[in-house]
Design a protein around this ligand. Sequence first.
Ligand SMILES: *Cc1c(COP(=O)(O)O)cnc(C)c1O
Length: 375
Amino acid sequence: MIPIAKPYLTEDEAKAAYDTVLSGWVTQGPKVQEFEEKFAAYTGAKYAVAVSSCTTALHLAMIVAGIGEGDEVICPSMSYIATANSIKYAGAIPVFAEVNAYYNLDIADVEKRITPRTKAILLVHQMGMPADIDAFKSLCTKHNLLLIEDAACAIGSSYKGKKIGVHSDLVCFSFHPRKVITTGDGGMITTSNEAFYNRMKILRQHGMSINDRERHLSSKVLFEEHVEVGYNYRMTDIQAAVGIKQLEKLDWLIEERRKIAGQYFTAFAGIEHFRLPVEQPGYFTSHQSFSVYLKPSSPVSRNELMQKLLDMGISSRRGIMLSHTEKAYTDLDYHVELPVSEDLNRNSIILPLYVPMPQESVSKVIAAILEIFKG
Ligand SMILES: *Cc1c(COP(=O)(O)O)cnc(C)c1O
């Protein structure tokens, strides 16, 4: 059976975790600091703050952005549900907007949903494909809103020649095993805003004014204060040690992913029933997932296609989920109509893509699809 995805973890990561366990420093300490410095340098952002997941990263971003009770934040419904949940954690209202044919927020639709209560736009780079950040930044400036980026899938992607993470002041990443690099679970926020940076470092560990490492390194007795109600959103040093190794391989992993995606593009270019992802000039995607949209002309439905592939030993997944149709969001007090998102959700499929994906598996996926759509 060909899986849909698989994390790339080797002896390197296992050794790094092993060494860290034996070092005596297991939770947030020197490895977390090293990972943060290397991650910030990789993206070009001034600072990076490591946390326990992208979900907790998004929650901290909401807090430092000043989002609270009664505020509205515009986000796509078509995203992993953590996107919308993070807005709820802050006591605010997620306002679901439409996406375009390529799974990212539709800016014209977003603008229509801005009200006097709107405080921010939560922009997702779906499946690693960068959204048009500059256009959204201009929209935010025009309406005095904050931009927060959900870059869970977009580690290593770039926009106009610069890595995702450097374009705005709250960019959140995920190290879940389904993403491009993993620490088991984990997240990171990049920022070049010093006030945001300092407050997020306090919030992630119980609102404590100094951390264990500072106390450990100090030659003077130091007493911490708890300056506000914080959280335990720490990343462990074991995770960070794995993350440092993963980061070293990130560019290579993306190149490998792009080679496989390249084979899919070439092989499927002639299938008129498919709409394939598009990488516009200036955009560079990590291909965290490879999604294909089946046009209405398709002789097989999306679900039939998934079954046929499964019968041939190939796993696939439905396209990205919708949040507004989940039970958790049935109590929204506004009417949500998102025909484009709903159509994409019903008619798109995610194909296997992971590193190292044996050439015979890539060829098998291609042959199966060409066979199903022949003639
Ligand atoms: C995976 C994902 C998340 C959640 O990431 P975690 O690290 O698992 O919390 C949030 N947003 C998007 C767009 C995702 O794909």
